[in-house]
Design a protein around this ligand. Structure first.
Ligand code: J5X
Ligand code: AKG
Ligand code: FE2
Length: 337
C-alpha cells in the first residue's frame, strides 16, 4: 500500500503541547528525561581516540577511493574542500541560533502538526522510546516560508533565503558524493537518471532537519538524540564546535566525531545500504549533550524521489550476490521502519 511520508508518523503523533518542558529553564533532569547507561559522553580523551572517522579532502586525487573505503568500513566520513562557502555555514548557524533562542511559546507557534513533516518539535523517532530526548528540532521539507512566518511574522525573509541557499548547496554536494559512490559500483547516469545532476530538484526527496541540544544539568544521564540510522541515501551534517555526535563501532563502542571548523560529516543511510546490497552500511549513531554549551547540528537527508523503488542494483546482483532486501520506496520503508 503506497503511503505518503507525511502519513508515516500520523499514528505516532509527537504532540508537544501536553507535556512541554522548556529545557532551557530546568535546573535538574526530570525523570522522564533520565536514560540509563549514557556513560561515555565526550571527554577530552575521546577527541584523541585511537580510531577516528576518516577525514577526506575532496580535492585529493584519490578522494573517490577514500570515500568508497569509508562507506564500507565506517559508514561515516568527514569532508574538507567540499565547496560549500564557510560564510554560508556561519549564516546557517546564526539563523539556527536565532530560531532556537526564541521564547518557547513563539517556537510552539510553528509546531509540527501531528500529521505533518515540517515544523518545530521533538525528534520524529521520539515516540518509539520510553524516555524523552534532551533536544528540539525544526524540520524543513520544501519551502520554509509557512513555518518561518509563524516564528517571525515580519522578519522571516533572511531565514528563508539562507535556508534555500543552504539546501541548494547541500543538494549539489550530495549529488556529487552519490555519484562518486555509484560510479565506483560501475553505475552510469543513464541507468539511474533520477539521481543525475540534470534531474529536476522537485524529483528528489530531501529534508533539512535542524537539531538543537540545550545545555543539560547532567549530561551523563540525558540523551540528545537516541541511537538510530538515517532513512536516506546519504546524510550531510554540519555540527557546531561542541562535540556530541557518536558513531557505534563493532563491540558496542561509541566513537565521537570531533567537530572541525568548516568540515562536514557525511553518512550512509538505509536506502544506500539497500541499493548497494549491503556493501555500504548505514551505521547507528547518536548525539549526547553538554553541560554548558548549546550544541546545534543541521542534517540534510538526501533521498530518491518518493515513488522510485529502491532495490539492489542489478550490476551487483550479477556478481552472484542474492538481493538481501525487498525492493521498497522510501515512503514504504519509513513506514515499516
Ligand atoms: C526524511 C526524514 C528523516 C527523518 C524523518 C524525516 C524528517 C526528519 C528526519 C529525522 C531527523 C532527526 C533524526 C531522525 C531519526 C528523526 O527522528 O527525524 C531523522 C529521520 C530518519 O532519518 O528516519
Ligand atoms: O546532532 C548530531 O550530531 C546528529 C544528528 C543526527 O543524527 C540526525 O539529525 O539524524
Ligand atoms: Fe542521524
Amino acid at each position: 500500500m503506497p503511503v505518503k511520508l507525511s502519513e508515516v508518523f500520523k499514528t505516532h503523533p509527537v504532540c508537544l503541547h501536553h507535556d512541554f518542558i522548556d529545557l532551557y529553564s530546568v535546573k535538574e533532569v526530570p525523570d522522564s528525561y533520565k536514560w540509563p547507561q549514557v556513560v561515555d559522553y565526550p571527554s577530552d580523551q575521546d577527541l584523541y581516540d585511537v580510531e577516528s572517522v576518516p577525514i577526506i579532502d575532496l580535492m585529493d586525487p584519490s578522494a573517490a577511493n577514500l570515500v568508497v573505503h569509508a562507506c564500507q568500513t565506517w559508514g561515516f566520513f568527514q569532508v574538507t574542500n567540499h565547496g560549500i562557502p564557510i560564510h554560508l555555514l556561519e549564516d546557517m548557524e546564526f539563523e539556527g541560533r536565532h530560531l532556537f533562542q526564541l521564547p518557547a511559546q513563539q517556537k510552539l507557534k510553528a509546531a509540527r502538526p501531528p500529521n505533518g513533516m515540517s515544523g518545530y518539535g521533538r525528534a520524529h523517532i521520539s515516540c518509539f522510546f520510553p524516555k524523552l530526548m534532551w533536544s528540539e528540532g525544526f524540520t524543513i521539507v520544501g519551502s520554509p516560508i509557512e513555518q518561518a512566518r509563524q516564528l517571525w511574522p515580519l522578519g522571516y525573509k533572511t531565514f528563508c533565503e539562507v535556508v534555500e541557499e543552504y539546501k541548494k548547496e547541500m543538494k549539489e554536494l550530495s549529488t556529487r558524493l552519490i555519484w562518486i559512490i555509484l560510479g565506483s559500483l560501475g553505475i552510469t547516469e543513464d541507468e539511474m537518471s533520477w539521481a543525475g545532476p540534470k534531474s529536476k530538484s522537485e524529483c528528489l526527496c530531501a529534508a533539512l532537519h535542524l537539531n538543537s541540544y540545550p545545555p543539560c544539568p547532567d549530561p551523563r544521564i540525558a540523551m540528545g538524540l537516541a541511537p538510530h540510522t538515517d532513512t536516506s541515501l546519504l546524510t550531510v551534517l554540519y555540527q557546531t564546535s561542541t562535540s556530541g555526535l557518536q558513531v557505534l563501532r563493532e563491540g558496542g563502542r561509541w566513537v565521537t566525531v570531533p567537530p572541525k571548523s568548516g568540515t562536514l560529516v557525511v553518512n550512509v543511510g538505509d536506502l544506500l545500504q539497500i541499493l548497494s546490497n549491503g556493501r555500504f552500511r548505514s551505521v547507528f549513531h547518536r548525539a549526547v549533550v553538554h553541560q554548558t554549551h548549546h550544541r546545534l547540528s543541521f542534517a540534510y537527508f538526501f533521498g530518491p524521489p518518493s515513488h522510485v523503488q529502491i532495490s539492489a542494483l542489478s550490476k551487483l546482483k550479477d556478481q552472484k550476490r542474492t538481493p538481501l532486501y525487498h525492493p521498497v520506496t522510501s515512503d514504504e520503508f519509513l513506514r515499516v521502519k
